[in-house]
Design a binder for this molecule. Structure first.
Ligand code: CS2
Length: 486
């Protein structure tokens, strides 16, 4: 057997250099992002204080990451890709990986372990089973329906609530719930979802969580493209050791965390995150707004428009001067005026740095990857800005074009008539709505009526500009439509 590049598959696997740390954190949703971000910060913080902060990773559905990491003692390589070269590092803080679908009881037992003080989450926007337009738990969601009646859950909110119930019954303090997903007011959002579910199951439990639980909000930032088979082979070739699950990332990182952890644990409530460069603040809202609107808002805009223009990655997209101009104008004219910068942050410099990060040729971040789950992303990335611009009477032609590009994208066919592989929890519904209307105005109107995404007032106000943008994209193509904005 050999790998794709013809390397012998019996190359030595990675293994631990030091004893595994005692666990203090369970992480739900062990994807590439957290392994290239939170795990590194936590490992640095633990190294600084000399404490053990091992992490038990949980994959909610797929056994893949378990199967990749188990034969290599759960250690893996991170590959930092900068414009001037790369830095490799071996990360050793994950001590076990559990697969919730296969063994939900093991996950609950881990979450109820007295040694666990924090549960971090990266379950993506859709993993919270909420309604993106309102931020409330979607009680009609099939996973929530399941978790309301069965004691072994399948959803992330279900695991949190059932595990908190076990801790309460055992007389233990709750764990701090530290969400690391790109959602607005993410701490308050997850708190609301957990309380809503707990209330349905046991109002006393809900009251206990409300008074004892802590749900600090966070702003997380690092660009982490998906690892491809060729990346695995290239790394093995370089190091002579086989790592089945390396992660790639850009040099930049920023983690801003509200310093509000469960007080019952005293100084053991969290790792010394500040020593690793995490910004511990009282309120993260300003940072969150900035990041979601400036980075994720333009990422999604570039993803839909770039994909429709035939570009595979963000770096390729912004290498086109028409797109470079578009994204810079989007920041300065439509996004920056829509919110208040966090104290001490120069937004012009922030935008310049973002552009450099997008242009990093080492990071092949696919437009298709970012385009995923748009129904869950649009409200906090683009629609909030549009809504604030409306209130202020500020035009938003670039963001309207981005919404129109998303509508064409979820219609399932690109501008050349080629089918698009749309990944979105609402994909079926969105395509059916688009197909049901005969013309541009009808398609735009039908999609604006999806109340999970668009508020009524905003939908009405957006209709003329988005209809015109949709028609222009079809008639003139993406680049000409962008040039017309300049
Ligand atoms: C991206 C984010 O995939 C996406 O939707 O916009 O993952 C983005 O790369 C990160 O939020 C950067 O911090």
């Amino acid at each position: 057997m050999s790998t794709e590049a013809g390397l012998p598959a019996d190359l030595p696997r990675l293994s631990r250099n030091r004893p595994a740390p005692r666990p203090g954190i369970v992480h739900l949703g062990l994807g590439a992002f957290f392994r290239a971000f939170g795990v590194i910060y936590i490992e640095e913080a633990a190294a600084h204080s000399g404490e053990d902060w091992g992490i038990v990773g949980v994959s909610l559905q797929s056994p893949r990451v378990h199967d990749q990491l188990a034969p290599q003692d759960f250690v893996y390589t991170t590959r930092e890709l900068g414009p001037e070269g790369e830095v490799l590092r071996q990360v050793e803080s994950i001590v076990d990986v559990l697969v919730a679908r296969e063994n939900p009881e093991a996950v609950l037992a881990a979450l109820a372990d007295p040694a666990i003080r924090i549960v971090t989450l990266t379950v993506t926007e859709k993993g919270y089973c909420h309604d993106p337009a309102t931020g409330r738990l979607n009680l009609g969601h099939p996973d929530i329906q399941h978790d309301l009646t069965q004691s072994l859950p399948i959803s992330a909110p279900g695991f949190l609530v059932r595990a908190l119930a076990r801790r309460k019954a055992a007389g233990l303090p709750p764990f701090t719930v530290l969400t690391c997903d790109n959602l607005p007011d993410n701490g308050r959002l997850v708190r609301g979802i957990v309380l809503e579910l707990a209330e349905k199951l046991d109002p006393e439990l809900a009251a206990w969580i409300a008074s004892e639980g802590r749900f600090p909000a966070t702003m997380v930032d690092r660009i982490v493209p998906a690892t491809k088979p060729e990346d695995i082979d290239a790394l093995a070739q370089k190091t002579g050791r086989y790592d089945a699950a390396p992660v790639l990332h850009e040099p930049f990182r920023q983690w801003v965390v509200e310093d509000d952890f469960v007080p019952a644990y005293g100084s053991g409530a969290r790792p010394d995150l500040g020593a690793a460069g995490v910004e511990l603040v009282d309120n993260v809202t300003a940072h969150e707004h900035m990041k979601l609107r400036m980075l994720n808002g333009t990422h999604s805009s570039l993803a839909y428009l770039g994909y429709l223009a035939g570009y595979e990655t963000i770096a390729e997209t912004v290498a086109d001067p028409v797109f470079a101009r578009f994204v810079k104008d989007l920041w300065r004219r439509e996004i920056m005026p829509s919110f208040r910068a966090p104290p001490g942050v120069d937004l012009e410099a922030y935008a310049d740095a973002l552009f450099e990060r997008y242009a990093n040729p080492g990071i092949r971040h696919r437009t298709w990857q970012i385009a995923m789950d748009g129904s869950q992303k649009l409200p906090q990335r683009i629609l909030g800005t549009l809504s604030d611009n409306l209130t202020a009477d500020r035009p938003s032609p670039g963001l309207s074009l981005a919404v129109a590009a998303w509508m064409i994208y979820v219609g399932g066919t690109d501008l050349n008539g080629t089918p698009i592989d749309v990944r979105d929890p609402l994909a079926g519904k969105l395509k059916a709505l688009s197909d049901s209307a005969g013309d541009t105005a009808g398609k735009v109107a039908a999609l604006l009526e999806v109340t999970e995404i668009f508020e009524h007032r905003l939908a009405n106000a957006l209709r003329p500009a988005v209809t015109a943008a949709y028609a222009a994209l079809h008639k003139d193509g993406v680049r000409t439509s962008l040039e017309a904005l300049a």
